[in-house]
Design a protein around this ligand. Structure first.
Ligand SMILES: Cc1cc2nc3c(=O)[nH]c(=O)nc-3n(C[C@H](O)[C@H](O)[C@H](O)COP(=O)(O)OP(=O)(O)OC[C@H]3O[C@@H](n4cnc5c(N)ncnc54)[C@H](O)[C@@H]3O)c2cc1C
Length: 294
C-alpha cells in the first residue's frame, strides 16, 4: 500500500487526504494547529462559498493573473464535480445570486465536519498540533517529513508528500507561509507574496469622518502616477482606516502590486457613473430646488 503524508489540514489537505485514501493509499495528515480547517470555518462570512456554478471559461476569465494556468485542474474537477462531491459526503448545497454555491445550512462548520467525518471513515490518520519543519529527501527522492522544533522527530517511508500549507493570509488560522519556505528549500522558485482581496488604508483623514458610509452603484478608478489602471463598478464603504467593500477588494490586488513597486496609488470615486455631466447638473439643480429648506 502506498504511504502518503499530507502537510496541512486545510481545504486542500483534507481533500487530498480523501482522494488519496479513496485510491487505497495509507494516509497521514499532519496539522500544525489544534483543529483542522480553521480558515475554511470562517470562509464566506461563516457560510462557506463552496464554489461557483459558472462554466470553466468564465471562471478562468475571473481569475486575476494567469487564470489559464488552472485550466487542466478545472477540467479534471470542475464546479459540478465539487457540488457532487459535497452532496456525496452529506453537504446539501444551494445556488445563490451570481451562481455562488453555499451549503444549504449556511454553515461553514458543516463543510469542515463533513470532510473530517469522511477522512475518519476512510481511515486517514490525523495528527493535530504537529508542525512540519522540513521535507526529507534521500537519493533525490522525497521520503518523509521532519516535525516539531527538535531535529530528529520524523515520519519516514513515504511514497509521496503533499504540501498543502496554504498561503500567508490570516496567520491566526495556521497559514503562516511555512510552505513557501519548505518549497523553496526543495529548489522551487517562490514569487514575492503580496496581499489581495483586502481593504485599503488611506492617508487622508477626512475618510475617517465618513466611516460607516456605504455607496452603491459607484465607479471606482485606481490611478497610479495619474494613469488609469483599472475601474470597478459596484459597492464600497468607508471605514475607520480607509475604504473597503467588493469594489475595493477587487482593486486591492493591483494596488498592492503598484505599492510594492514603489509607485503612488490613488482612488477616484464617481458617485453617479450612469449620468452624463449634463444629466448630473440637472439632477443637482433639481435637488437644490427640491430640498432648499434642508
Ligand atoms: C476571510 C476569508 C474568507 C474566505 N472566503 C472564501 C469563500 O467563501 N470561498 C472560497 O472558495 N474561498 C474563500 N476564502 C479562501 C479560502 O479560505 C482559501 O483559498 C482556502 O482556505 C485555501 O485552502 P488551503 O488548504 O490551501 O489552505 P488553508 O485553508 O490555509 O490550510 C492550510 C493548513 O495548513 C496548516 N499548516 C501551515 N503550515 C503548516 C506546517 N508547517 N505544518 C503543518 N500544518 C501546517 C495550517 O494550519 C492550515 O490548517 C476565504 C479566505 C478568507 C481568509
Amino acid at each position: 500500500m502506498r504511504r502518503v503524508i499530507i502537510i496541512g489540514g486545510g481545504a486542500a489537505g483534507m481533500m487530498a487526504a480523501i482522494k488519496a485514501a479513496e485510491n487505497n493509499s495509507s494516509v497521514l495528515l499532519l496539522e500544525k494547529t489544534n483543529h483542522l480547517g480553521k480558515k475554511l470555518s470562517i470562509t464566506g462570512k461563516g457560510r462557506c462559498n463552496i464554489t461557483n456554478a459558472a462554466d470553466i471559461p468564465e471562471i478562468i476569465k475571473n481569475i486575476p493573473g494567469n487564470g489559464k494556468f488552472l485550466n487542466s485542474v478545472l477540467r479534471a474537477f470542475d464546479s459540478s464535480d465539487v457540488i457532487i462531491f459535497f452532496e456525496s459526503i452529506g453537504v446539501k448545497t444551494k445556488i445563490e445570486r451570481g451562481r455562488r454555491v453555499f451549503p444549504l445550512s449556511d454553515n461553514a462548520h458543516e463543510v469542515v465536519n463533513a470532510l473530517i467525518n469522511k477522512m475518519t471513515e476512510l481511515g486517514v490518520e490525523i495528527r493535530t498540533n504537529t508542525r512540519v519543519t522540513d521535507i526529507l529527501v534521500k537519493a533525490g527522492r522525497v521520503i518523509g517529513v521532519e516535525v516539531g522544533n527538535k531535529a530528529g522527530n520524523k515520519f519516514e517511508n513515504a511514497d509521496a508528500v503533499i504540501l498543502t500549507t496554504g498561503g500567508a493570509s490570516y496567520p491566526a488560522t495556521g497559514s503562516t507561509g511555512d510552505g513557501f519556505k519548505i518549497a523553496q528549500k526543495l529548489g522551487h522558485t517562490v514569487t514575492e507574496i503580496l496581499p489581495a482581496l483586502v481593504p485599503l488604508e488611506t492617508e487622508e483623514n477626512f475618510v475617517k469622518d465618513l466611516q460607516g458610509l456605504s455607496l452603491r452603484n459607484v465607479k471606482v478608478t485606481l490611478l497610479s502616477d495619474d494613469k488609469r489602471i483599472a475601474d470597478e463598478f459596484g459597492e464600497m464603504l468607508f471605514t475607520h482606516f480607509g475604504v473597503s467593500g467588493p469594489v475595493i477588494l477587487t482593486l486591492s490586488r493591483k494596488a498592492a502590486f503598484l505599492l510594492n513597486e514603489g509607485k503612488t496609488v490613488e482612488l477616484s470615486i464617481n458617485l453617479k457613473p450612469a449620468l452624463t455631466p449634463e444629466q448630473l447638473e440637472a439632477r443637482v439643480l433639481r435637488d437644490f430646488e427640491k430640498f432648499k429648506r434642508k
